[in-house]
Design a protein around this ligand. Structure first.
Ligand code: SF4
Ligand code: SF4
Length: 142
């Protein structure tokens, strides 16, 4: 069996903090598991109702996602492009760009590089790190 794409060549990544991955639109949203939501709610010390009303919206399929402003910026993205809830950010944010669909092929990886300027820059990422991210994505609770 062929090795996965990310083991056939070293993947480089270095986040520049450009925040493009924090901007919703074109069917891109920050999805939340119930664990993600509860962790963030606790960090902000808010009631369940207030947190839901203020920080969550639903997609047309009914999935909860982080609310975003008119320009698509995540509700937690500050003016300086830093994340207000960085220590407890959703798994989707923690694992980006090492998602199964992005690391599945060179084509997918290169396509994502059109959105994320950190892809193909910076240091080579150890395979073990990529595997850990992928495992976290695959085991993410609903
Ligand atoms: S798009 Fe890429 S480089 Fe920009 S903040 Fe997100 S991970 Fe970092
Ligand atoms: S939660 Fe933080 S890291 Fe995730 S999209 Fe919002 S601002 Fe970006």
């Amino acid at each position: 069996m062929n090795k996965p794409f990310f083991e056939q060549q070293s993947l480089k990544f270095g986040c520049t903090g450009c925040a493009r991955c924090c901007i919703a639109g074109n069917d891109y949203f920050v999805f939340l598991s119930s664990d993600d939501a509860e962790r963030i709610r606790g960090y902000l010390d808010l009631s369940v109702g207030w947190f839901r009303r203020r920080y969550l919206v639903k997609t047309v399929d009914g999935d909860p996602v982080l609310a975003y402003r008119d320009d698509g910026r995540c509700v937690f993205l500050q003016n300086d492009n830093r994340c207000r809830i960085y220590p407890v950010r959703p798994l989707q944010c923690k694992t980006y760009p090492f998602w199964p669909e992005v690391t599945s092929s060179k084509t997918a990886w290169q396509r994502e590089a059109g959105r994320c300027e950190g892809i193909n820059h910076g240091p080579g990422v150890p395979v073990a790190t990529i595997r850990r991210m992928l495992k976290a994505c695959m085991q993410a609770p609903a």
